[in-house]
Design a protein around this ligand. Structure first.
Ligand code: CDP
Length: 257
């Protein structure tokens, strides 16, 4: 059965989730992943729990953003639904509680796909352009996922050379990322926000390249269209204050989905 054709049944509803069977398989900086140990009908599923913890600069700055877990679960769920409506499959199945979503268990590509529309951060410095300059077309960067190495930027020739993943799957993911960029840029623009850049991760589900991870203000740079004020995790990274308010604004904008 193709993932896109899988249908939710009663079995996936919160009341039917037996918490005694949840087995933690991974804890990252912002999320915890659980599998449903011993439940044959849920062997392809995961439960994702969103934490309030916030880190920046490859873990050097640590803190918490009050209720971030709830905000990011709500935002990610809404954006995955929006994308689904536009024909883009993701691992998302259902938001099952304030901080939890049910997802498919994918075989992750160890790559971060960073899509950029506007110069910010390291790219502005690298290319010697002012922050805020709009590129003539979107830039896509591939980074090899490795905390140890600081997620180094790679290009397509590394994929085969270092046996990272099938280049054809990375190419598919890149196409989907650019499509997502168009959809999200339009959606946020309609809501007075500029999508500056963002990071996506993909995985394979039954051989289909599928969007995974999260889409939240943790993983995007979002600026107010009028004031250019940051409405994302840069408020935490750079101690700009009003961090929770920024996340709340994105929850409100996305809540119609
Ligand atoms: O732009 P700069 O190189 O300074 O930072 P970056 O870490 O490459 O971030 C570019 C965009 O990707 C931002 O929207 C980050 O929030 C996002 N990103 C992320 O969510 N997770 C990462 N591990 C790296 C980048």
């Amino acid at each position: 059965m193709e993932a896109s054709k899988l249908k939710l049944t009663d079995e996936f509803m919160p009341a039917k989730i037996n918490r005694d069977n949840l087995k933690k398989i991974y804890e990252g900086k912002a999320k915890i992943l659980y599998e449903f140990s011993g439940e044959e009908d849920k062997k392809d599923l995961l439960l994702t729990y969103f934490k309030d913890d916030a880190t920046a600069f490859n873990g050097q700055k640590k803190g918490t953003i009050v209720k971030k877990g709830e905000y990011n679960n709500a935002i990610s769920s809404s954006l995955f639904k929006l994308l689904k409506n536009k024909g883009i499959n993701s691992h998302f199945i259902e938001k099952i509680s304030e901080r939890e979503m049910l997802t498919y268990h994918l075989k992750m590509l160890p790559i971060e796909f960073i899509v950029r529309n506007i110069a910010a951060g390291s790219l502005a410095k690298k290319m010697g352009v002012e922050e805020g300059v709009k590129f003539l077309s979107p830039v896509v960067e591939l980074c090899f996922k490795s905390d140890e190495l600081g997620d180094p930027m790679i290009n397509k020739t590394y994929l085969k050379a270092f046996d990272i993943c099938d280049p054809a799957n990375a190419a598919k993911a890149e196409d989907i990322a650019l499509n997502i960029n168009e959809i999200l840029s339009k959606f946020f623009d309609d809501n007075n926000i500029i999508v500056v850049d963002f990071k996506l991760e993909f995985g394979l589900y039954k051989n289909e390249v599928m969007l995974a991870d999260e889409i939240t203000p943790d993983s995007m740079r979002l600026w107010d269209k009028q004031t250019m004020e940051k409405v994302d995790k840069d408020r935490f990274r750079r101690d700009l204050g009003k961090v929770e308010e920024a996340y709340q604004r994105i929850v409100e904008i996305t809540s119609k989905y």
